[in-house]
Design a protein around this ligand. Structure first.
Ligand SMILES: CC(C)(COP(=O)(O)OP(=O)(O)OC[C@H]1O[C@@H](n2cnc3c(N)ncnc32)[C@H](O)[C@@H]1OP(=O)(O)O)[C@@H](O)C(=O)NCCC(=O)NCCS
Length: 189
């Protein structure tokens, strides 16, 4: 995909020069709290390994860098990444992933916008019918961002992980193409 502008965001392919920044995101305990990965890359070498594997994935399943501008005309700055995962071409659905890794940028609407951007791409470019995600029940900011982006609560997976001495439930949320189209019509007024 060439660069994709959506709202205040620029989505682009990840690049090797992004890796030190991604690594710094993953070294922040607040950022990784709800990511649910068993272990995080702790060295640039491990991060490089992740990057090389990511480039072997089908084109649309490669992570996209999320960039913003501090002011109109200033250079684009990397704040996170997002992705389509498990694209099922027959059932026409995919899972979404999101990381705003620069926590100074939390609660400014970027997570919501990134999920809206993925819906636009998923329903127009990829011709999918459903987009879904899993979010830990304690991730209140994530749940709120997904609700704002139009995701509907679909179910609860009980005690999905053991983290810092306790079990966490996961919530399943999704949006259908028809719901997204209806919202597009409403926004046109
Ligand atoms: C979860 C995440 C993507 C949210 O991104 P974001 O850019 O902060 O999201 P937004 O600003 O669009 O929306 C966050 C909303 O949650 C609200 N919120 C934040 N913390 C909250 C809390 N503890 N309780 C209730 N609401 C909360 C914010 O106020 C905001 O809502 P508002 O616009 O109505 O005020 C981001 O925090 C992140 O990447 N965290 C680390 C990795 C992660 O958790 N990824 C998601 C895995 S499913």
């Amino acid at each position: 995909m060439p660069e994709f502008r959506f709202g205040r965001l620029l989505l682009r392919a990840i690049e090797e020069t992004d890796l030190p920044i991604f690594l710094s995101f993953l070294q922040d305990a607040d950022v990784v709290e709800y990511l649910g990965m068993a272990a995080f890359p702790t060295t640039l070498e491990e991060e490089l390994n992740w990057y090389e594997n990511a480039l072997k994935a089908p084109l649309w399943e490669r992570p996209l860098a999320i960039c913003i501008q501090d002011e109109e005309g200033s250079p684009w700055r990397l704040i996170g990444n997002c992705s389509f995962k498990k694209i099922d071409e027959q059932a026409r659905h995919a899972e979404l992933g999101l990381l705003i890794g620069d926590k100074r940028e939390w609660n400014k609407g970027y997570g919501t916008e990134a999920m809206q951007a993925l819906q636009w791409l998923g329903f127009t470019e990829l011709n999918l019918n459903k987009l879904y995600l899993k979010v830990f029940a304690g991730n209140k900011g994530g749940i709120r961002a997904y609700e704002k982006a139009g995701f509907i609560h679909e179910g609860r997976l009980r005690q999905e992980r053991f983290y810092q001495g306790k079990y966490d439930d996961s919530l399943m949320m999704s949006v259908l193409r028809s719901e997204w189209q209806e919202r597009q019509q409403d926004q046109k007024g």
